[in-house]
Design a protein around this ligand. Structure first.
Ligand code: ASP
Length: 319
């Protein structure tokens, strides 16, 4: 009997992630965080579970890790608050759910999933979204849970930079200003799913919504072509409908996943200044993890259960 074919890829954000600014211990911690997400998703897939459950489990693991800009480690907006965005999409049914600009639900990806499954809508935002989450009995966390010192310091530095009218502080600072987490999966039944969750960008304007909860921009899944979860400067990803653009090239132009993803992220967005990357998987299990900046926290796993993780343009670590 042939083994069921499945695949999962995750990311923990992209940007100016520079090796010389990271200690080996910090690198190890990021690899461990990515591995934990891969294990969480793989456990679901190996049990014959759905791609939707796998991406949800992987993103919950990343939201719970304060190193990543989503859930617990979300960045601060200009007012010193948090506004989180998240989305899920089921490639089997093309059902999608998303929330934007909320702070309270402990795992925003679970709120997005509740929107998909129980609201009759695709995207809920602001106070109405929070009320819906409470009515659905989702777990909430207080401000102390979402406070992380490194994100607070990043906000203070950004405020100071703007007060003094200085250019971007240094190249490493960009990495602290944004980030996102996401997962894509193909399950053993041939279904695709994607999930994305983010705190957005440090010092973003209150009310600003990024690409993550915009279906077709930062998140997409369709069993006919591929599943995509993006990270990067969201305004660019929205304007280029990045995730859907890749799916359309596969379905309508017959491109491979690798070619479509590379062309959109590296050849087109990169030169325009749309910094970022994405993870994607197609209906036959091919995986693509392109980025057009210095690094992207990323990883993938297949049936054998061996996690592969990387940060920069480098060989993947296994195990
Ligand atoms: N895409 C996210 C946003 O624009 C941020 C990121 O992934 O770095 O909200």
């Amino acid at each position: 009997m042939t083994r069921p074919h499945f695949a999962l890829a995750v990311h923990g954000g992209a940007g100016t992630i520079l090796k010389h600014r990271m200690t080996p211990e910090q690198e190890d911690a990021f690899h461990a965080g990515l591995c934990a997400a891969l294990v969480a998703g793989h456990t679901v897939l190996a049990d014959g579970g759905s791609a939707l459950d796998a991406v949800t489990a992987a993103v919950v693991a990343l939201e719970d890790d304060p190193r990543f800009n989503a859930g617990r480690g979300a960045v601060f907006n200009a007012d010193g608050g948090h506004e989180m965005d998240a989305a899920v999409m089921d490639g089997c049914t093309r059902a999608a759910g998303a929330i934007a600009g909320v702070c309270g639900p402990r795992n925003p990806v679970l709120a997005a999933r509740a929107v998909m499954e129980r609201s009759g809508h695709v995207l809920l935002a602001g106070p109405g979204a929070l009320r819906f989450c409470r009515e659905q009995g989702l777990a909430f966390a207080d401000d102390a849970y979402f406070f992380t010192e490194h994100r607070w310091q990043a906000l203070l530095r950004e405020r100071e930079r703007l007060r003094l009218g200085l250019p971007e502080e240094d190249e490493a600072d960009e990495a602290r200003r944004h980030g996102t987490v996401g997962a894509v999966a193909l399950d053993a039944h041939g279904h695709l799913a994607a999930a994305t969750s983010t705190g957005g960008m440090t010092h973003k304007a209150p009310g600003r919504v990024g690409d993550s909860p915009v279906i077709g921009a930062g998140t997409w899944a369709d069993d006919r072509d591929c599943a995509v979860s993006a990270t990067g400067h969201g305004e660019w990803f929205i304007r280029h409908a990045v995730a859907h653009e890749i799916a359309a090239r596969i379905r309508l132009a017959g491109q491979s996943l690798a070619r479509a993803a590379h062309e959109v992220v590296v050849d087109e967005l990169g030169p325009l200044g749309g910094s970022g990357g994405l993870v994607a998987v197609d209906r036959t299990g091919h995986i693509a993890l392109p980025f057009n900046c210095a690094g992207m926290y990323r990883g993938f796993v297949r049936e054998d259960g061996v996690p592969h993780t990387a940060i920069y343009a480098e060989a993947y670590r296994t195990g």
